[in-house]
Design a binder for this molecule. Structure first.
Ligand code: ATP
Ligand code: MG
Length: 475
């Protein structure tokens, strides 16, 4: 569609006419700017977040607009930032006064003064994010594009409006935003812009962890996350954010034996996962599934390269990494830890699919078994087509066996049919080592398939086991 039509379509919703009318009444030059305009021109579907910039007070404009909207929304005002926000018809409108910014070296918080539209466009991160559409009644929908953002949209290029060293040094978060947009939009970072990111990567250290993680989430959520992740690697941003992933890079050779490059393997696993699942935390699990391999790598004359215990070590590293990045240490973190810790279990089982191994897998993975199987399938990155097919077939067999065992034995989220309390009552004991032993023995017997998951069988097993320990039931 020609760009003029796209621009007109971008402002089709009646809310833009309302803003334009109110802006005219207040005598405020007003524009729609940033992500909304970019996405509309890219025909990515109309976004729900709309940014307006007024040459004057954005807060006054927001208040007056709210009065003229059918739902008379409440206006949230952020006085310190000179911004105001309101919700209407499923959209979030944000208003800000056009501003000039100047930065001190050690902070990303600029000192701000009122400015013109062009001043405001100058402080934007990329030319494609500086596109503005006029939102007054005359010139309604006219495109203001001082940096040729439209051409860059067509060329799929990310370029800073000013000298890139200035743009990135002013606010280093923009470097990670460049990578994120490249990954989300499948754009290329222009050469000089890319070179400036490499020069300024270490400046990311002044950015809050929360903002960094926000961008990483968006990279992981993009259709081909490796676009963003390899750009992070190429620019040095990866080393700032994930040194433990950098440590996976490289292939060592000893006595003619090599191991795979676990960094590039990891990126492939994340891409595979993005094909299989939209679950952000499963993508995190894919990203971190091998991080224990750097500290556990050994060379052994007989066994060659080994990574013994990397799953356990890796799951401990997940905690440290989440903590360092100030991510919540909640059930999502525990889920990622569990995935990393169990990441080799289905692989081992796939060699020989026995009932008892599958029962144990079901018992330990519980409701996360599906996710774990998906991680293992994403982990298959062999380029050998025969092996590729064989590995997938093996996991298919594990999945089939899981269904079969589960239908028969009901071991997912399984609680042994005899509780510790019942054992104590039966033998007149208080909590003790023996109770633990008997309880564990019952669980083991069920998982091993010696007895079935059934009260009567468990009870006679308990009596036998207790007798061996010299215990007699009370009655
Ligand atoms: P998305 O909403 O998909 O994350 P967006 O481009 O709308 O993308 P926002 O963070 O919503 O990103 O910001 C809106 C606009 O504000 C951007 O398009 C850009 O013009 C400007 N902007 C946001 N963050 C920065 C920044 N760190 N430096 C310069 N300009 C920025
Ligand atoms: Mg936005």
């Amino acid at each position: 569609m020609p760009v003029l039509n796209r621009a007109a379509k971008a402002l089709k919703h009646p809310v833009f006419q309302t803003v334009a009318r109110v802006a005219d009444q207040l005598g405020l030059e007003t524009y729609v700017i940033g992500g909304y305009v970019r996405d509309a021109l890219l025909e990515r579907g109309n976004a729900k977040d709309i940014d307006f910039v007024a040459v004057g007070s954005g807060i006054e404009l927001a208040k007056a607009v709210a009065q003229n909207l059918p739902n008379r929304p409440k206006v949230q005002i952020f006085k310190n930032y000179g911004t105001a926000m309101l919700q209407t018809q499923g959209m979030t409108l944000e208003f800000v006064g056009a501003r000039k910014e100047s930065y001190a070296h050690e902070s990303r918080n600029p000192s701000v003064s009122p400015g013109s539209l062009v001043d405001d466009q100058n402080r934007r991160d990329f030319t494609i994010n500086a596109l503005a559409l006029s939102c007054n009644l005359d010139n309604f929908g006219r495109l203001l594009d001082p940096f040729d953002g439209l051409t860059h949209l067509d060329q799929k290029l990310l370029i800073t409006p000013l000298d890139p060293d200035t743009t990135f040094s002013d606010d280093p978060l923009r470097m990670l935003r460049a990578v994120r947009f490249a990954s989300q939009l499948k754009f290329v970072i222009e050469e000089k812009t890319l070179a400036a990111i490499k020069r300024n990567a270490a400046r990311l250290s002044i950015i809050s962890k929360e903002r960094i993680v926000d961008e990483v989430h968006k990279i992981l959520a993009s259709p081909i996350p490796s676009i963003g992740l390899s750009l992070m690697h190429q620019t040095g941003l990866m080393a700032e954010v994930f040194p433990e992933l950098m440590a996976l890079q490289g292939i060592e050779e000893k006595e003619g034996q090599t191991h795979k490059d676990n960094f590039w393997h990891t990126l492939e696993v994340v891409d595979n996962m993005a094909q299989y699942s939209d679950d952000l935390w499963l993508r995190w699990a894919a990203l971190l599934h091998d991080i224990g391999k750097a500290p556990t790598k050994r060379f052994d004359q007989k066994a060659g390269w080994t990574f013994h215990g990397h799953e356990f070590v890796g799951s401990k590293m997940v905690y440290k990494l989440f903590k360092r990045l100030k991510m919540p240490l909640n059930e999502k973190m525990k889920f990622v830890q569990k995935m990393v810790a169990m990441s080799s279990r289905p692989i081992v089982i796939a060699q020989e699919v026995t009932d008892s191994a599958v029962r144990r897998l079901l018992f330990d993975a519980g409701e996360d078994l599906e996710s774990l199987m998906t991680l293992c399938e994403a982990d298959i990155t062999t380029k050998n087509p025969k092996r590729f097919r064989r590995y997938h077939e093996n996991f298919k067999r594990v999945r089939e066996k899981v269904v079969e065992v589960e239908q028969r034995d009901h071991v997912r989220n399984f609680q042994p049919p005899i509780s510790g309390e019942e054992i104590m009552k039966t033998f007149g004991l208080s909590p003790s080592r023996e109770i633990g032993l008997i309880k564990e023995a019952i669980k083991e017997a069920i998982l091993e398939g010696e007895i079935s998951n059934d009260y009567d069988q468990a009870k006679s097993f308990m009596l036998e086991k207790a007798a061996k320990l010299g215990l007699k039931p009370l009655v």
